[in-house]
Unconditional design. Structure first.
Length: 108
């Protein structure tokens, strides 16, 4: 059982990702069914000449996610720089106090 805030956060993140994957799977199944139905009903010619000039959907998705990854990476670096800027610098070690003369040497 998670006990620290980091462990609890990690557990919640895992659960959110699992729910997201389950939802995505349901969407993919539905889209696949709709696409197969459209292919049977709509002839190839009716889809239009514009489709021949478009990039493959996977290429467009890869390009968009590549860009999103770069944006996320830039944001991550930015946040780390901001955190560094607001994090107190460690204070220099205190200098040793000057040694005071001992009673025996001051009596001389």
């Amino acid at each position: 059982m998670p006990t620290t805030l980091t462990e609890i956060t990690g557990k919640v993140q895992d659960q959110v990702l699992e729910a997201l994957k389950a939802g995505q799977e349901a969407v993919v199944d539905t889209v696949t069914t709709v696409a197969e139905t459209v292919k049977r009903v709509l002839p190839e010619q009716a889809r239009g000449p514009l489709a021949a000039n478009l990039p493959l959907a996977t290429e467009a998705a890869d390009q968009a996610f590549g860009f999103a990854g770069k944006v996320l990476d830039a944001q991550h670096k930015f946040v780390n720089r901001v955190i560094t800027a607001v994090t107190p610098k460690s204070a220099p070690a205190p200098k040793a106090a000057p040694k005071t003369a001992t009673k025996a040497s001051s009596a001389a």
